[in-house]
Design a protein around this ligand. Structure first.
Ligand code: DGL
Length: 263
C-alpha cells in the first residue's frame, strides 16, 4: 500500500483527459499533474527540444514522492519515450502503446487511421507499434497542426464550427481510405471524440488518453493507496488564468497552480 503520488505530464490540456480517466478508475490515488503550457504545442518542435522539455517535466514531478509517471503526451512518447524509459529508475507509462494495441485488435478490415501531431506522425511510431500487434494492418496517418492550438485556446467550445471543420478536413482523406478504426493519437483530441462519433457513428474510435490507465492499474495493483483523503495537485508552467476555463470542462472542480508559485 503506498500513498506516493502518480505523476502525469503533457504540454497542456490533453494530459487532463488522461487524469480524468485516472480519477475515474483509481479515485483513491494521489496525483500531481504538470501541463507545460509555456511550451505548448510540442508537436511542431524537434526531437531534441521534445527530449529536453520532457526531462524538465519529469524533474519537476520528481520533487514529489512518486510511484509512477504517466507520459500523457503522444508526441513525447512517440519520439523519446523509449529513451526516457531506458534511462529512468521509475516506471514511465506511455499513452501510445495501449492505443496502438487496441486499434490493432479491434480493426475488422485492417485499415486504421491515426490523427496526431506532426512530430508523432513523422516518428512513424504508431505505424510500427500497430504492426507489432497486427502485421497485416494498413495505417493511414494525418498530422493535424491546427487542432492543439484550437483546443488550448478554448476554440473547441467557443468556435465549435471552425474546430469541427478543421477536424473533418484532417479526417476526410483517412475516411477516403475506408478506415474502420480511428486512433485519436494526441491526448488533446479526446475532447473532440463526440464530434467524431457524431459525424462517423460506425467508426471505431480509440482515444490515446484513456487506455494507459489500465496499464497503470495493472502495474500498481499491489501498491494502491488506502487513504481516505486524496491529494490532487495541478500545475501549469504559464498562464493558469488562460487554462482554467477549458480545464474545468474536463475536470470540473480543478484548481491550477503556476510552477514556481507555492500552493
Ligand atoms: N497532447 C500531446 C500529444 O498527445 C501534445 C500536443 C502538442 O503539444 O502538440 O501529442
Amino acid at each position: 500500500m503506498s500513498r506516493k503520488y502518480i505523476g502525469v505530464f503533457d504540454s497542456g490540456l490533453g494530459g487532463l483527459t488522461t487524469v480524468r480517466s485516472l480519477i475515474e478508475k483509481l479515485p483513491q490515488e494521489n496525483v500531481v499533474f504538470l501541463g507545460d503550457t509555456k511550451n505548448v504545442p510540442y508537436g511542431s518542435k524537434n526531437r531534441e527540444e521534445i527530449l529536453s522539455l520532457a526531462c524538465n517535466n519529469i524533474a519537476f514531478l520528481r520533487q514529489y514522492d512518486l510511484k509512477a509517471i504517466v507520459i500523457a503526451c503522444n508526441t513525447v512518447d512517440s519520439n523519446v519515450g523509449d529513451k526516457l524509459r531506458r534511462e529512468s529508475d521509475i516506471r514511465l507509462l506511455g499513452v501510445l502503446d495501449p492505443a496502438a494495441k487496441k486499434a490493432a485488435e479491434i480493426t475488422v478490415n485492417g485499415r486504421i487511421g491515426v490523427l496526431a501531431t506532426e512530430m508523432t506522425v513523422r516518428s512513424e511510431t504508431y505505424k510500427n507499434r500497430i504492426h507489432i500487434y497486427n502485421s497485416k494492418a494498413e495505417v493511414f496517418q494525418a498530422a493535424c497542426p491546427l487542432l492543439v492550438p484550437m483546443i488550448e485556446s478554448g476554440d473547441f467550445i467557443n468556435k465549435k464550427e471552425a474546430t469541427k471543420k478543421a477536424l473533418l478536413d484532417y479526417l476526410k482523406p483517412l475516411i477516403a481510405e475506408d478506415i474502420d478504426t480511428l486512433v485519436l493519437g494526441c491526448t488533446h483530441y479526446d475532447v473532440l471524440i463526440d464530434m467524431c462519433k457524431k459525424e462517423y457513428p460506425d467508426l471505431k474510435i480509440v482515444s490515446s488518453s484513456r487506455l494507459v490507465i489500465d496499464d497503470l492499474l495493472e502495474y500498481l495493483k499491489d501498491d494502491l493507496n488506502d487513504q481516505k483523503e486524496v491529494k490532487r495537485l495541478y500545475y501549469v508552467s504559464s498562464d493558469p488564468d488562460k487554462f482554467i476555463d477549458q480545464a474545468r470542462l474536463i475536470i470540473p472542480n480543478i484548481n491550477v497552480i503556476k510552477t514556481g508559485e507555492s500552493d
